[in-house]
Design a protein around this ligand. Structure first.
Ligand SMILES: Cc1cc2nc3c(=O)[nH]c(=O)nc-3n(C[C@H](O)[C@H](O)[C@H](O)COP(=O)(O)OP(=O)(O)OC[C@H]3O[C@@H](n4cnc5c(N)ncnc54)[C@H](O)[C@@H]3O)c2cc1C
Length: 344
């Protein structure tokens, strides 16, 4: 029989330092799990008590509006394993969920493995990366990931997900659709020279060009991604935020044509068979929200997609501002904005 002491369960754990928005809720019960055995024991213990379970990564994509009931589990395994992938141009990289995402990026680049450079400096953990299919500067996780290992929370059965099992789409996956049903414990990638380098994204290309680089290697792309992100996005350690707060909505080509006629200058991107992606940042800025402040929360003054928490605020205040923005976008553009982070 496991006891609180053996599992090192903490009560009323303050979460302020464990979410990048810096909201000051607590977890009723909290545990760091460093192995699969510990994870199974923690989940069994929660089940025996009838507690709900929440899996917390780096807390960079959540909005806390209340204290978390039941058991909050943070995975701390930090293994990265390199194996041949059956192809001389690729290496199989297996990383455990607790590895900080950017550490994986730098480790693989140090080993001269291409593939994750455009995803440099995205906050959070490896385990959370498949949940919203992280993406940046023209690359999404789904094009690099080959396998996910996860534990079903209710049945405690292990399951292997192939890339297609993960049902990835823009900032979405099987795991987002079935929230709180699986704990991702390990993610596998195939990295190496088979991956083309992507450096045509406008701000990335401009930064490389400012360095006089026309044929960058993966490390140079990573350096420029890091510099560009640092110049454009607020550091959560100094101004708490959760990155982009809204998805860029995807509309039909007909709707996009109509929007362009009614709102010359509106920024859109071709999203292939999905339709046309409309820049949420452009619409928010166009409506005058950029840099505004509502009490303890606001919209960042350089990046209108990022909502910020100045201090002493609450998740509810932030959501109220998000609703105000979404209603205004609906009224003026007829488009529904959707919130990206998980609201708890
Ligand atoms: C400044 C800033 C910039 C950002 N830029 C980007 C960007 O460019 N692109 C992008 O895609 N995202 C970006 N994000 C969002 C965020 O970094 C990613 O969504 C990241 O993957 C979240 O990881 P996390 O470990 O912090 O997850 P958390 O915030 O802890 O959790 C997010 C969700 O994932 C679930 N989860 C966490 N770990 C696991 C697990 N092991 N198994 C199952 N479920 C799990 C949680 O339950 C929760 O529902 C940014 C965030 C910030 C603050």
């Amino acid at each position: 029989m496991n006891t609180d002491a053996e599992l090192r369960i903490e009560r009323d754990k303050p979460l302020q330092a464990l979410n990048t928005l810096g909201f000051s809720q607590t977890a009723d019960y909290f545990i760091e799990s460093g192995s699969n055995e510990q994870l199974v024991a923690a989940l069994s213990y929660a089940q025996s008590r009838g507690w709900p379970v929440f899996i917390l990564g780096g807390g960079s994509n959540i909005v806390l509006t209340r204290n978390l009931p039941g058991l909050t589990i943070q995975l701390t395994n930090q293994n990265i394993q390199y194996d041949p992938a059956g192809n001389e141009h690729l290496t199989r990289v297996t990383a455990s969920a607790g590895v900080p995402w950017h550490n994986l990026v730098t480790d693989t680049l140090e080993k001269n493995l291409r593939g994750l450079e455009n995803l440099s400096l995205i906050p959070g953990s490896v385990g959370a990366a498949p949940v919203q299919n992280i993406g940046a500067y023209g690359v999404e996780l789904q094009s690099r990931l080959t396998r996910v290992q996860a534990l079903h929370i209710d049945s405690l059965q292990w399951r292997e997900f192939t890339q297609s099992d993960c049902e990835f789409s823009y900032r979405h996956s099987f795991f987002k659709k079935h929230a709180n049903q699986y704990v991702i414990t390990e993610v596998e990638f195939e990295l190496g020279n088979c991956h083309d380098l992507h450096h045509d994204y406008a701000s990335l290309a401009a930064h490389l060009s400012s360095r006089g680089i026309t044929q960058p290697d993966a490390r140079q792309i990573s350096e420029s991604v890091i510099a560009t992100r640092q110049a454009r996005l607020p550091d959560p350690a100094r101004l708490p935020n959760a990155g982009s707060f809204f998805h860029n909505p995807v509309v039909s080509r007909a709707q996009a044509n109509q929007l362009t006629e009614e709102h010359p200058g509106i920024v859109t991107y071709d999203a292939g068979s999905a339709g046309i992606k409309v820049s949420a940042a452009w619409m928010i800025e166009n409506l005058g929200f950029k840099g505004i402040r509502r009490g303890n929360v606001g919209v960042h003054d350089m990046q209108s997609l990022v909502l910020v928490h100045h201090q002493q605020g609450t998740g509810d205040e932030l959501l109220s501002l998000a609703n105000e923005i979404a209603e205004s976008v609906m009224e003026h553009f007829g488009i529904q904005l959707h919130i990206e982070p998980t609201v708890l």
